[in-house]
Design a protein around this ligand. Structure first.
Ligand code: ADP
Length: 309
């Protein structure tokens, strides 16, 4: 499958690298307003291909996206240390308006995979600017927060994160909700699993994991300026779910008519992802507190789009 990536910065190039290393695409094309950067990323990643899977990498203008079935939107300006994702909004919304016109003209059949932050709002911006149906405009949302949640729970329980089924819901950002009530290790609720193997999930453990997930981006940004490998791998994972029509259940963001009483909003819930994009949305079992937190997260997002359209 041919995949386009607009924005060949850290996130875009990490996605291209992950696709090449995982065998997630037969062709990857980079487009960036910095043409030399796009070209350099394509060339650099192409040198990893002999050690990985066959994949043609190139760079070009928007017309080079012709025939792409998925286009990853990673153009934008990076989050500054201490800056909230929502404050990135107005800067990135402008970039998107021009990018989406170029993508739609060159690759009208492509599904859009939105990575730029604040990703839930950018998903809404992309939906409106593209005119595509909502199931074909997918934001990476909390795919990475969910990965962090699973990996910290797995480490505490001493099991593989792949055996932990737990999701982060809502905004990819400060108001996100760790869905503890529905978290399972194998088939067991995580608290029962932990109690049985002598690794109880105390209030303290919960608080540590919650902070570990919620503060991860800020910590990494403090240390290296931005985050890219995790999200790059997450984007490649979504592309593979689409390419192979996997019906994978992933926490991604798409625009929904209503969530918890808040209309016309994009946020993350567990969703079935395959060739047609998102084919179903699941509402996990939640406690009253979690439900209220999800509603609050939806309201935060709704409020930040006020005045945008
Ligand atoms: P991130 O860490 O989110 O990847 P970067 O700053 O590393 O952030 O990358 C963002 C990329 O988006 C840069 O390479 C920049 O040149 C690119 N970009 C910004 N605006 C546009 C645009 N209008 N069209 C194409 N690419 C753009």
């Amino acid at each position: 499958m041919k995949v386009g990536i607009v924005g060949a910065g850290m996130v875009g190039s990490a996605a291209g690298s992950a696709l090449a290393l995982r065998g997630g695409a037969s062709e990857v094309v980079f487009v960036d307003r910095n043409a030399a950067l796009a070209q350099a990323q394509a060339e650099d990643i192409s040198h990893a291909v002999p050690f990985a899977h066959p994949c043609r990498l190139s760079a070009g203008e928007y017309d080079a996206l012709e025939g792409a079935e998925v286009v990853i939107l990673a153009a934008g300006v990076a989050q500054k240390p201490g800056e909230s994702r929502l404050s990135l909004l107005s800067r990135n919304a402008d970039v998107f308006a021009s990018v989406i016109g170029g993508v739609r003209a060159a690759a009208p059949g492509a599904m859009l995979l939105v990575a730029s932050n604040p990703v839930d709002i950018m998903t809404q911006v992309a939906l409106r600017a593209s005119g595509l149906p909502p199931e074909r405009v997918i934001g990476s949302g909390t795919i990475l927060d969910t990965a962090r949640f699973r990996s910290l729970l797995g480490a505490h329980l001493g099991i593989a994160p792949q055996s932990v089924h737990a999701y982060v819901l809502g905004e990819h950002g400060d108001s996100e909700v760790l869905a503890w009530s529905s978290a399972r290790a194998g088939t067991e609720p995580v608290a029962r699993f932990g109690a049985q193997i002598g690794a109880p999930i105390t209030e303290e453990v919960r608080a540590t994991i919650d902070a570990g997930v919620r503060r991860a981006a800020y910590r990494i940004i403090e240390g290296k300026g931005a985050t890219w490998y995790g999200i790059g791998a997450g984007l490649a994972r979504i592309v593979q779910a689409i390419r192979d029509d996997q019906g994978a259940v992933l926490s991604v963001s798409v625009v929904a008519p209503e969530i918890e009483g808040v209309p016309d909003i994009a946020l993350s819930l567990p969703r079935v992802v395959g060739r047609k994009g998102v084919s179903a949305t699941l509402m996990p079992e939640m406690s009253e507190t979690e439900t209220a937190a999800l509603r609050a997260s939806a309201e935060v997002l709704k409020e930040s789009t006020q005045g945008l359209w």
